[in-house]
Write a protein that binds this ligand. Sequence first.
Ligand SMILES: [Zn+2]
Length: 337
Amino acid sequence: MKKIRSIIPTTVVGSHANPSWMWSAINEINSGNYGITDIKETYDDAVDIAILDQTRAGIDIITDGEMRRNNFIQSFYKKMTGLEIREPLRKTGLKSYDSHIRYICKEKITLPNGLGITEEFLYTKKNTHKPIKVTCPGPLTLTIHIRPDQIYKKRLDLAWEFSKIINSELKELVKNGADFIQIDEPSFAIVPGELDEWIKLFNETVKDVHAKIALHICFGNLSSRPRGNRTYKWMFPNLNNANTNQLVLEFANRELKEVEIWQELSPETELSAGVIDVKSFYIETPENVANKIEEILKFGPPEKLLLNPDCGFSQLPRWITKLKLEALVKGSQLIKG
Ligand SMILES: [Zn+2]
């Protein structure tokens, strides 16, 4: 294949891998051995590393690596009022979906200072000239660690509460200059059932948010394991009712299974396709990536395509993450314009 300028933009889904020192620092923070200044410096340094790794690799649209969020959404619960902690159901063995702290609601949930994503964005904006994608968990996904209770009888009641909170955060982000926002809803695939209701929920969450909107649906990635039944097919055509400019979907881990569903997307919706497997230690070659892109392009036009890893890199070591980012960019450059 002849190497030419890449015409299909590359991006990431959200999280970056923690550098080794970050794991030690998190232990120190959790043990109370860091002061406020140490903690701020630690997280700022971690974001700087995420920006550096993506920039060096040549990623076109970067994120802050979600370095300030502990394991995707855990940090948000610490910002909420009205929650009471319950012990994890399983404490032994490999940490996974059943070994997290759970919460119940003692009163109506509030986030007096918001989710803090606007502050994350402002730091990133100050420290890069690259286009930025802001990521934000969707309302359904934010409910995952909270059990329905007297206050919120069903998971959906709670999700509607979060929808209002997220909508205000997104408007604040736009006011501060964010122009590309991705809502993460792996729960669409993990909690089976009421897709039309979730789409209504999603549409209210992004209502009057004047930015490019993406919706990321994957099958879960905790401990590099999926949680949902790995199929998108059942979501179509209804998913086209979601008011999103882009769908961010995972394909690499499933050897491009269901990639033909691109044909079922409404023509104005972009596909941001996973061509790097974040659940594997295998380092893709640029040729592997280019072959995948060519296969994907059988089902839609290059001007509606973006390329990314299947999901965030938080479950991989940083050295592998760097090599996979490089393969993503080099692979995209092998595609003829
Ligand atoms: Zn994901």
